[in-house]
Write a protein that binds this ligand. Structure first.
Ligand code: HEM
Length: 119
């Protein structure tokens, strides 16, 4: 499950960047297809992450569930930011603060995923 999760978020980020560049180049049709694939990957990320999340929550052996809850919230926030950035780029809007939030959230997700929980 973890491998599917990591593969899907990695692919999700790649497709997110490609979609962003296609919207930037005004390649509307191609961008639409890539945006759709990115959205399918969101679902895979949510399904795999959500599955592990539910297992962790029900695991009586894990006393401190705080980090996993924060990891889940950060993951959902990151997906939300990716979608907001893409939709705004499509409309021709670029908000620098969304990129700032994106990078901060991404670093926090990696920190929680690999150091706090994984490590
Ligand atoms: C783009 C969004 C996301 C990214 C970049 C991301 C990234 C990561 C990373 C780097 C790990 C650690 C992998 C490892 O230890 O090998 C991880 C694990 C995990 N993620 Fe996500 N994630 C995202 C979304 C989500 C969502 C939406 C949820 C829950 C609703 C979630 C729940 C989890 C859980 C439960 C783990 C397991 C931790 C472990 O066993 O080590 N993730 N994720």
């Amino acid at each position: 499950m973890i491998h599917v999760h990591v593969t899907s978020w990695f692919l999700g980020l790649v497709f997110f960047v490609v979609t962003y560049m296609l919207y930037k180049k005004n390649a509307g049709k191609k961008a639409k297809i890539f945006h759709m694939i990115t959205r399918v990957l969101y679902l895979v990320i949510l399904a795999t992450g959500g599955h592990m999340f539910a297992n962790y929550l029900m695991d009586a052996g894990i006393v401190n569930k705080g980090p996993i809850i924060i990891k889940g919230i950060l993951g959902i926030t990151l997906i939300g930011l990716m979608e907001i950035i893409l939709v705004q780029r499509k409309r021709g809007e670029v908000r620098i603060m969304n990129w700032v939030f994106f990078f901060i959230t991404f670093l926090l997700v990696l920190f929680y995923g690999y150091v706090v929980i994984g490590g």
